[in-house]
Design a protein around this ligand. Structure first.
Ligand code: HEM
Ligand code: HEM
Length: 220
């Protein structure tokens, strides 16, 4: 239960931190620091994940999971460190100043978008487990056929919507640290949440079905 709540909170908090254009600087920096402590807690609960680096079964699933988790840790640390280096409120004493610090701003943009997309993939690796817990809690296991079809429909909608929202919000340009002006097509924070949740869900769905496919050919 604690895990489920924490995971849900992490998603909401992460989306809020990504929502810089609407939160503005002060709430963004504070939420960024809060997120840092929650992610530390999350890593503490999942410390076994680091231990499997030495003991895990060396199959294709393990290799992909390890690569994604490694990139996720790097992207997250880069977002935090670059965020602190451009901080105006939380840690101004550590902030870099001057015109030649533009690259730190770009790094913050690129690494936070990379972290966001890697999170979608990270969730995809764990979707089966999350789904089992969720359907048990919602009592959906009583209607397996119905749940399965609804799952397919939802997955299809998420992929289409997520792809469209990715292009509309220039996610590729943000990732490549390009400065795009007036980038957001979204006019409200609610729309931002829907678009970015759609993008996150799209990466989760594609990863989840990719993993299912890999498992199906491995156990044939
Ligand atoms: C929105 C944020 C995140 C969510 C919702 C999330 C979700 C999950 C879930 C569902 C699991 C499986 C175990 C469990 O249910 O607790 C997990 C495991 C793990 N997470 Fe996260 N995670 C997030 C961010 C991160 C970040 C930023 C890092 C690294 C800095 C990270 C590192 C790990 C590690 C090391 C594991 C265990 C290894 C594994 O099974 O992949 N997570 N996460
Ligand atoms: C993982 C945590 C974080 C994420 C995902 C994140 C994400 C973002 C995003 C998406 C932007 C808007 C970038 C743009 O559109 O140009 C931004 C800007 C900014 N962030 Fe963060 N951030 C995080 C942590 C932090 C922290 C901890 C601080 C400071 C303590 C911080 C300070 C800033 C500042 C000052 C800006 C404005 C950048 C500029 O003017 O170019 N961020 N952040």
């Amino acid at each position: 239960m604690k895990r489920n709540l924490l995971n849900l909170l992490l998603v909401v908090l992460f989306l809020a931190v990504m929502n810089y254009p609407f939160t503005g600087n002060r709430p963004h920096e504070v939420l960024g620091m809060v997120l840092f402590f929650f992610i530390l807690w999350h890593n503490g609960l999942n410390i076994h994940g680091y231990q499997t680096f030495f003991t895990g079964r060396r199959n294709i699933y393990w290799i992909l999971l390890t690569i994604v988790n490694f990139l996720l840790v790097i992207a997250f640390l880069l977002s935090m460190v670059s965020g602190i280096l451009i901080s105006q409120l939380v840690m101004p004493s550590m902030a870099l100043h001057g015109t030649n610090t533009l690259w730190v701003h770009s790094l913050h943009q690129g690494s936070s978008y990379a972290c966001f997309l890697l999170l979608g993939i990270h969730l995809g690796f764990h979707w089966e487990m999350i789904w089992v817990r969720l359907s048990r809690r919602l009592g959906l296991e009583l209607y397996p056929q119905f749940t399965q079809y609804m799952g397919y429909i939802l997955a299809f909608i998420l992929v289409i919507y997520g792809m469209e929202a990715s292009f509309a919000n220039h996610i590729g340009d943000m990732l490549l640290m390009k400065h795009v002006f007036g980038i957001l097509r979204v006019a409200s924070p609610e729309q931002f949440f829907i678009d970015f949740l759609g993008i996150l869900g799209c990466y989760t769905v594609v990863t989840h079905y990719g993993i299912c496919f890999l498992k199906s050919i491995q156990y044939k």
